[in-house]
Write a protein that binds this ligand. Structure first.
Ligand code: ADP
Length: 462
């Protein structure tokens, strides 16, 4: 009765053993798969960390060299390879030159190789860097010393340099540098490492591009500042020249004017009619020239010295300007309407000239009706807005900017007398006081000159 039971038991044990063996195999296989997957994940994580480190270094690096150094260190630490170095393409676009950016686990061991590398340059196709330059792709060499195209093989002898891999730094499709790594063991190509290296190369290309742009911007900024200094010098010289020239011309011109006047007084009517006419032309010409030179002198004087600002009550300034123009105002029967003006910080003489020039023009450029000139100011947004308006001949819109330039006149001397300097002085005065001047049309006809001046201590241009 027991026997069948014993057989049953043996069969069960066998079956159990077989099942256990199957399960063990399956479990080992599953463990192997899991281990492989974990390792791959771990490697991927490492790769990503490396790329992230390179990206961070690229963004944070103050200069290109520090970004290259961080990258070479990161790749060596990640791959376990002890030697890394960077070549950059020279300006000629054909030669790779060593940068002095290295990662060396053991500087003494690799000293010979480093010396040799730093004394070498590589052109298309020559050595490991030259090969990468030619192909634009990463390369892997299992045993560099056995490679006939490895000029530094001799120095590598003592240094334990065997396997090598290198990748290009790319800006778009152009190789701008090569990063190379060496290992003392002969190693099989590692596709993952190569793929990651390609990514790093692209990343470094972006850093180099940014570095180039930054340097280009700095170069242009420096150039601009040089031009601007030169321009300032030229401008100063020109101002000085205008001042000296007009100043020195005054004296001989005064002599000419004096003698021509004398000629006219003594000999008018004694010569023939043409001679009288010619003398008249010379007198007119010299007077105009005197007015021009005086204007020029006044213009160059306005910008010569630093503005010394003191509180100026513009009501006083305006009254003095009107006093100086009394004859012209009376002769033209001009009607003046004046509002209350403020106190500003400025140069009283220059501000006086500003009002005098504007009011003189308002009276001078009258049409058929008697001139009505209005002068006033209002506080707008923290700055004083002044106006001097007239009901005169007006200014065509297309000339409203250029009339502020020196010698710009819209009329011949026969129509309206003048030198074309008055408004350029006005502009200079207003701008030196930190303000702005322009002209608009008066409703109903005429011109309204407007300007802003900062209040006491303010800045009207901001
Ligand atoms: P000038 O008065 O000596 O001619 P300005 O520099 O003062 O020189 O003025 C330049 C030109 O602007 C004048 O010749 C004139 O054509 C025009 N202009 C200036 N003020 C007025 C005004 N109030 N009305 C019309 N035109 C004017």
């Amino acid at each position: 009765m027991n026997e069948p039971l014993a057989r049953d038991t043996d069969d069960d044990v066998d079956a159990l053993r077989a099942r256990w063996a199957r399960e063990r195999k399956a479990r080992l296989a599953a463990e192997a798969i899991a281990e492989k997957a974990t390792r791959e994940l771990y490697d991927r994580k490492g790769d990503l960390e490396l790329l992230e480190a390179v990206a961070n270094a690229s963004n944070a690096a103050k200069d290109l060299r520090s970004a290259l150094k961080v990258t070479v260190d990161a790749v060596c630490n990640r791959s376990g390879w002890p030697v890394g170095h960077v070549f950059l393409l020279s300006r000629d676009g054909e030669t790779l030159v060593p940068t002095g950016v290295w990662h060396l686990d053991d500087p003494e061991l690799f000293a010979g190789f480093k010396r040799m590398t730093e004394a070498s340059t590589f052109t298309n196709g020559v050595g490991i860097p030259g090969k990468v330059l030619a192909s634009g792709a990463p390369i892997w060499i299992e045993d560099a010393k056995a490679d006939p195209n490895f000029p530094r093989g001799q120095a590598a002898e003592g240094g334990g340099v065997n396997a090598a891999f290198a990748f290009p730094i790319l800006i778009e499709d152009s190789v701008v540098g090569v990063v190379e790594f060496f290992s003392p063991v002969v190693a099989e190509p590692d596709d993952r490492l190569l793929e990651m290296a390609a990514q790093v190369g692209l990343q470094l290309g972006r850093v180099m591009e940014r570095d180039r742009h930054t340097r280009e911007i700095a170069r242009r900024a420096e150039e601009l500042s040089r031009y601007s200094t030169e321009l300032e010098h030229a401008n100063d010289e020109l101002k000085e020249f205008a001042y000296v020239a007009s100043h020195d011309l005054t004296e001989p011109l005064r002599t000419i004017a004096g003698f021509v006047q004398l000629l006219k007084q003594r000999y008018e009517g004694q010569l023939d009619d043409s001679a009288d006419e010619y003398i008249g032309f010379v007198v007119d010409g010299t007077e105009r020239m005197q007015a021009l030179i005086e204007g020029l002198l006044s213009y160059s004087r306005t910008g010569r010295s630093e503005l010394v600002a003191t509180p100026v009550d513009l009501n006083d300034t305006l009254n003095r300007a009107i006093g100086a123009l009394a004859a012209a105002i009376a002769e033209s029967k001009a009607e003046l309407e004046m509002g209350e003006l403020p106190i500003v910080a400025g140069d009283a003489t220059q501000l006086g000239r500003l009002f005098e020039n504007l009011i003189s023009n308002a009276v001078k450029f009258r049409g058929d009706r008697p001139p009505v000139v209005k002068i006033g100011a209002e506080l707008k947004g923290g700055v004083w807005l002044f106006f001097v308006s007239d009901n005169g001949i007006g200014i065509d819109e297309r000339h409203r900017e250029r009339i502020f330039n020196v010698f710009e006149r819209l009329h011949g001397a026969g129509e309206y007398q003048g030198t074309g300097i008055g408004l350029s002085i006005c502009k200079k005065v207003v701008e030196r006081h930190g303000g702005r001047i322009w002209v608009e049309e008066t409703p109903g006809g005429g011109s309204t000159f407007k300007f802003i001046l900062p209040g006491l201590g303010g800045d009207a241009t901001s």
